[in-house]
Design a protein around this ligand. Structure first.
Ligand code: TTP
Ligand code: MG
Length: 371
């Protein structure tokens, strides 16, 4: 017998960080809001509330550009501890329905409810209950998509956003796909979307007519995925046994950076943030893996990425993992990696990242001291 058609729900919180801040400071509710660094800081914003989006403000935009678009924009620094607490609350709601949960970020997750008999087995009904419970537990709204696979469920959660749900049943796929424009396909950002449009491909009807080899020639392995997506096909399972393989922080700069000295001072800020993230990971995620390699990533102004990495010794690793601190030797290592990565491109840099690779320790968290 063939396996039953999957039933996948994708839940995505509405303007998540901004919504949390508006919930906690109701006087901000009717004001345009951005979460991120203030305009003078050369930073970017993480997200904006819907009012701010009406002015053209969006995630990843340099704070200075956001301010230029909306002079009344209020900037609030992110508070990740608060957002993570909400994430825990929404995950508890998901687990009432299924154990097959795959979080994609703090604010979104896939839930596989195939074979679950709650709500008479109706995934749409379950999604309605889930979003209602999220409002009750957190005071925040979420949107949900319901479909036979992950791709369509994610498209669905965006369809009636905010505070809306949308179901794409197996019998809807044939009529739904052709009109889906390529910019709505998860993984297709601005650059890919423009490239597709330039090839005369605007929607999935256009994609369906392409030769998959032609798509692969232009988009590499994503070409085949695009072709399958165009027909509403996606065989990916909801992955529950996610083991984190790396942990990193990165920042895109509104103006490209050239001198290595300036990159080094930017890296100092990122190192502090990485230590903070490591502490939070260790304290909240009950990790069974520990850091063993350091890496530095650069993206040059022409979007070329250079990543270099190296193992560190156990003293430096212990310092990082137990004291959340870069020893002088580890800082030297980071500096060398940055210089090597820079030498590879020798061009102005738009993004800098630093992170650690993690490896699993078979003996469990209790043995973490024997790094
Ligand atoms: P998203 O779900 O992409 O955005 P959102 O929840 O703010 O808005 P929407 O209603 O459209 O879903 O991302 C979730 C959170 O992740 C977002 O609140 C902030 C953070 N984030 C970043 O920090 N940087 C980014 O570039 C993006 C896209 C999100
Ligand atoms: Mg969201």
């Amino acid at each position: 017998m063939p396996p039953p058609t999957r039933k996948i729900i994708h839940v995505d919180m509405d303007c998540f960080f901004a919504a949390v801040e508006m919930r906690d400071s109701p006087h901000l509710k009717n004001l345009p809001l951005a979460i991120g660094s203030p305009p003078g800081s050369r930073g970017v914003i993480s997200t904006a509330n819907y009012l701010a989006r009406q002015y053209g403000v969006h995630s990843g935009m340099p704070s200075s550009t956001a301010y230029a678009k909306c002079k009344k924009l209020i900037f609030i620094p992110p508070n990740f501890d608060k957002y993570s607490a909400v994430t825990e609350q929404i995950h508890k709601v998901f687990y009432q329905y299924s154990d097959k949960i795959e979080p994609l970020s703090l604010d979104e997750a896939f839930i596989d409810v195939t074979g679950i008999d709650r709500c008479l087995g109706s995934a749409t009904w379950m999604a309605q209950e889930i979003t209602r419970k999220i409002v009750k537990e957190t005071g925040l709204t979420a949107s949900a998509g319901i479909a036979p696979n992950k791709f369509l469920a994610k498209v669905g959660s965006d369809w009636n956003k905010p505070n809306g749900i949308f179901t794409i049943a197996p019998s809807d796929i044939l009529s739904f796909m052709p009109k889906l424009t390529v910019d709505k396909i998860p993984g297709v950002g601005k650059v890919t979307s423009e490239k597709l449009n330039a090839l005369g491909i605007k929607d999935c009807a256009d994609l369906q007519k392409q030769d998959p080899n032609y798509l692969s020639a232009h988009f590499g392995s994503f070409g085949k995925t695009l072709f399958d997506f165009a027909f509403g096909l996606d065989e990916r399972e909801v992955v529950t046994d996610f083991v984190r393989k790396s942990l990193s922080v990165e920042e895109t700069y509104p103006q490209d950076i050239r001198p290595v000295s300036e990159l080094l001072s930017k890296m100092d800020q990122l190192k502090s943030e990485l230590c903070r993230r490591l502490r939070s990971f260790k304290e909240n995620d009950q990790p069974t893996s520990v850091p063993y390699k350091l890496f530095v990533k650069l993206k040059t102004f022409d979007f070329q990425t250079h990543t270099v990495e190296t193992s560190f010794n156990s003293n430096d690793g212990n310092n990082l993992w137990h004291n959340f601190h870069f020893s002088p030797a580890l800082s030297d290592l980071a500096r060398n990696l940055l210089e090597t990565a820079y030498q590879r491109g020798q061009k102005a840099v738009r993004l800098l990242g630093i992170g650690v690779r993690l490896k699993e320790i078979p003996t469990g968290p209790i043995q973490l001291r024997f790094l």
